[in-house]
Design a protein around this ligand. Structure first.
Ligand code: ATP
Length: 259
């Protein structure tokens, strides 16, 4: 008898023997990672170790950089995202990205969230209203903005703008949300708000975050990936790595001996 239940694989993004170069400078060296579905994975390491390059490579954000090249594979649901036939617009709907500085589009709060829906062909006004409301609720912003949806997004605080950008990412129904230092421009209260939000969102999405902030990574992540000079030095459950790092470099980083 056929089993009608399709079990989704535990690994959603697989990085295989991945290398990246900016011209002659090798920024990523033979990276192998299995990112797990519905978990928070934090990529950590000192400045310049390749964290952003790795994250941006997962979203093909570096494609336009002259002399940037890669080898190896990044598989999303078992398909290599560097294959020529990949539809990047559809892929980025499934794997969204949130940057360090919140950059709302110069339009209303409502339009910011509705923007991606229109690109993906959703025209029905009621449907768009419904998704805008749901996304803002999921991003924990609805209560603060529900009476001023047509106000400019630029009038929001930095923390609200970052939640708006997260709502915009959620609206197109992604599977994975990539975040590059999403709280580094925010005050401690706004930061805490985003951290709580990520802990809620992980029930529905897979979250991969790059952060400079080690205590943040320890607070919110299920898995840690410690990078150093382009190498992935150590990875595993956050609780295990914190308790007993296997590599001396990891231990030095955790103890603040590597900046
Ligand atoms: N556009 C670029 N052109 C040339 N080299 C680059 C470019 N972007 C990054 N690099 C280099 O690649 C290496 C990795 O940079 P990357 O930004 O990925 O590190 P990072 O760990 O994210 O650093 P930070 O924590 O400071 O943001 C660094 O040596 C950096 O100088």
């Amino acid at each position: 008898m056929k089993n009608n239940v399709i079990l989704k694989k535990d690994v959603i993004i697989k990085i295989k023997e991945f290398n990246a170069w900016y011209d002659k400078k090798q920024a990523l060296k033979n990276i192998n990672i299995d990112f797990k579905r519905n978990k928070i994975s934090a990529i950590i390491g000192p400045s310049g170790c390749g964290k952003s390059t790795l994250l941006r490579s997962i979203n093909r954000m570096n494609d336009e950089i002259p002399n940037y090249r890669t080898s190896g594979e990044i598989l999303y649901e078992e398909k290599n995202i560097y294959d020529k036939d990949l539809d990047l617009t559809i892929y980025r709907k499934k794997v969204g990205m949130v940057f360090q500085k919140p950059v709302p589009f110069p339009m209303s709060i409502y339009e910011n969230v509705a923007f991606g829906l229109k690109i993906h062909g959703i025209k029905n006004k009621n449907k768009i209203d419904e998704i805008v409301e749901r996304s803002l609720k999921q991003a924990a912003l609805w209560d603060e903005v529900k009476d001023e949806l047509h106000k400019s997004a630029n009038a929001l605080s930095g923390g609200q703008q970052q939640r708006l950008v997260i709502a915009r990412a959620i609206a197109v129904d992604p599977e994975v949300i990539l975040l590059d230092e999403p709280t580094s421009a925010l005050d401690p209260i706004a930061t805490q708000r985003i951290e709580r939000l990520l802990e809620e969102l992980v029930e529905k999405y897979t979250i991969i975050i790059v952060t400079h902030n080690l205590s943040q990574a320890i607070r919110i992540s299920d898995y840690l990936y410690f990078m150093y000079q382009g190498d992935l030095i150590e990875s595993g459950l956050t609780s295990d790595i914190i308790k007993s790092p296997k590599n001396q470099l990891t231990e030095d980083y955790l103890n603040g001996r590597i900046g």
